[in-house]
Ligand binder design. Structure first.
Ligand code: NAP
Length: 439
């Protein structure tokens, strides 16, 4: 990692997985004989491309585009597209690596991939977003397909962007097919896909609590983020009797002790794309803290008293000091809606304290699982009801929990869902690779 600091997020993710796989390699030597580690950390294919688009002033802009097709041992590549200025080859590679194990854990036939661009959607007009999406797809379309690689949304990519990407794919290929997920309902989307990652993270937390004879009812919850995952985490927490008291965006955080007002949050973030600070206009009893006022090196979302925490914004948003603050404030459960939101030092603290800790690849797998349900509906040309998809999502989250829990037991580390999720996810992919020969 030291010789290639530009891939720091990727090395962080690989290290975490490999460390927890060592008990498996000790027990089952054939993985090492098959040189599986070297094979599995290398993406099958990485595509980097120029995205040239014209803004409203007629200026030609250039961004970097990426698609990493990481692993297709158990199915077509599947994973989201992220549009955010922080996107780099390392970020996309770490996300694609994690995605491989997450997708395996869902029990569904989907391989791992991820993509995106350093394009910043903030402040862009609708026309500029469309121009960018069309330019992005003008290169991507030649690499994807419903049985090859099926991208979805992620940070900065929601229903609107998927629409423009799909329209361009159709124009270029002439094919109406399930090549993207996260589509809007009238033209091929699945009910529950919008809600799936947030709902799934809460279902996962519910499984952890129920397994310990506890429940969500009455619990105070800290949630970070104010996007797709955070909003539907908050919605499901309310439905199951808990009270979410925080949310955040890249500019600051809201602490509303009596409970975040979900309708206001949706209005601000889904309809107006407004900063969270505007929440105070209708809820003057809430507290807003801009990032500039956070204690140095801290994310203030994690400093409020809470029973449960749902990091749902971005990678490395919860460090060791934040973890210690959560533990000191009585937090008993962390379920990661975001990908790799906790630093390795923070994870260490959670494991040491033996609280319920669910890594993102387990807790947030409901999004990609429901994407696969969207693929299944597209392939069969049938649309399932909300309740049917929701029930399937619930069952998938239960199965992921059980699989990670039982694998942790098998390796004599009861309750260690990092180890359980990594080994369970890895084993299926590695076994498929071995079955398929020197691939
Ligand atoms: P989103 O709708 O774009 O929302 C992201 C939220 O996080 C926004 O509130 C954003 O604030 C905030 N954020 C982003 N980057 C940040 C940064 N560097 N510092 C502080 N805040 C930041 O994205 P999302 O779909 O909710 O994704 C959130 C996380 O969940 C990501 O880690 C993603 O990979 C993961 N995830 C998503 C899905 C899914 O189905 N959507 C599935 C699995 C995992 P601003 O708006 O101010 O930037």
């Amino acid at each position: 990692a030291k010789s290639s600091p530009s891939q720091s997020e990727f090395y962080q993710a690989v290290l975490e997985v490999l460390e927890s796989l060592s008990p498996l390699f000790e027990k089952e030597k054939h993985y090492l004989d098959q040189n599986i580690i070297e094979r599995i950390v290398e993406p099958e294919r990485q595509i980097m491309f120029r995205v040239t688009w014209v803004d409203d002033k007629g200026k030609i802009n250039v961004n970097k585009g990426y698609r990493v097709e990481f692993n297709s041992a158990i199915g077509p590549y599947k994973g989201g597209l992220r549009f955010h200025p922080s996107v780099s080859a390392s970020i996309i590679k770490f996300l694609g690596f994690e995605q491989t194990f997450k997708n395996s854990l869902t029990g569904l036939a989907i391989g791992g991939g991820k993509g995106g661009s350093d394009f910043d959607p903030k402040g862009k007009s609708d026309n500029e977003i469309m121009s960018f999406c069309q330019a992005f797809m003008s290169e991507l379309y030649r690499h994807i397909g419903p049985t090859i690689d099926v991208p979805a949304g992620d940070i900065g990519v929601g229903g609107r962007e998927i629409g423009y990407l799909f329209g361009q794919y159709k124009r270029l290929t002439g094919r109406y097919e399930g090549v993207l997920t996260g589509k809007r309902i009238p033209w091929g989307g699945s009910l529950v896909r919008t809600e799936a990652t947030g709902y799934g993270a809460v279902y996962f937390a519910q499984n952890m609590l129920q397994n310990a004879g506890d429940h969500l009812d009455g619990k105070i919850c800290a949630v970070s983020g104010a996007g797709n995952v955070a909003i539907y985490t908050i919605e499901k927490l309310y439905q199951l009797g808990a009270t979410p008291v925080t949310c955040s965006d890249s500019r600051g955080m809201i602490y509303h002790k009596s409970g975040i007002n979900l309708e206001t949050l949706k209005q601000l973030k889904e309809k107006q794309q407004a900063p969270l600070q505007n929440y105070l206009q209708t809820h003057p009893d809430a507290v807003y803290k801009p990032v500039a006022d956070y204690a140095p090196g801290r994310n203030e979302v994690w400093s409020v008293p809470c029973d449960l925490a749902f990091p749902s914004a971005t990678q490395n948003e919860l460090n060791q000091a934040d973890a210690l603050a959560l533990l000191a404030n009585g937090c008993k459960l962390v379920a990661e809606g975001a990908n790799m939101p906790s630093t390795p030092e923070a994870v260490e603290e959670f494991l040491k304290a033996r609280i319920h800790y669910a890594p993102g690849k387990a807790a947030n797998a409901g999004g990609v699982a429901t994407s696969q349900l969207e693929m299944a509906q597209n392939a069969s040309m049938i649309q399932w009801s909300f309740d049917e998809v929701d029930l399937r999502l619930k069952n998938i989250m239960k199965n992921i929990f059980t699989s990670a829990w039982e694998t942790a037991d098998e390796f004599n580390q009861p309750g260690n869902l990092v180890l359980g999720a990594n080994i369970a996810g890895f084993r299926k992919v590695a076994d498929a690779m071995i079955d398929q020969g020197a691939v």
